[in-house]
Design a protein around this ligand. Sequence first.
Ligand code: CDP
Ligand code: MG
Length: 148
Amino acid sequence: MEKTLVLIKPDAMVKELAGHIITDLYKTGLRMIGLKLVNIQRELAEQHYSEHREKPFFEELIKHITGELHNQENVIAIVYEGEDAVKKVRELAGKTHPEEASTKTIRGKYGRMHSKTNCFENVIHASDSPESAEREIKLWFEDKEIID
Ligand code: CDP
Ligand code: MG
């Protein structure tokens, strides 16, 4: 069974969208096997987004995901499991740029550009491959926190 990691990012948390997003994610038909609220520190953020370390948006991205842009909000981390879990969640998440994302997607519905930076307030993270999902789930969850 494939697993995938979803993070409900601080922009969604300040807008009190967590419930709506989880309701939307039920449409995938996937099974939720782990969920927690995390006060994410810089070290975990940098490990999570290590592939983007050299990108011009990296510093803003870290400020976003650690809650610095949104008054230190936390994130909700969720693991889903099921057939084609990665693809199903990526499709429902929508395009990375919130203004290019279809309004039928989570990012299209709830995302926007941050008002003072070029940061994409794109509401959720979703793993982009089964390999990324495995790496990310290990970073965010201990084995005992996943229900089998
Ligand atoms: O999240 P996704 O996999 O769709 O996109 P990514 O290319 O892996 O980028 C990771 C995150 O960096 C995005 O979700 C955005 O939050 C942020 N980003 C940004 O703020 N500005 C960009 N030009 C590109 C990405
Ligand atoms: Mg990505």
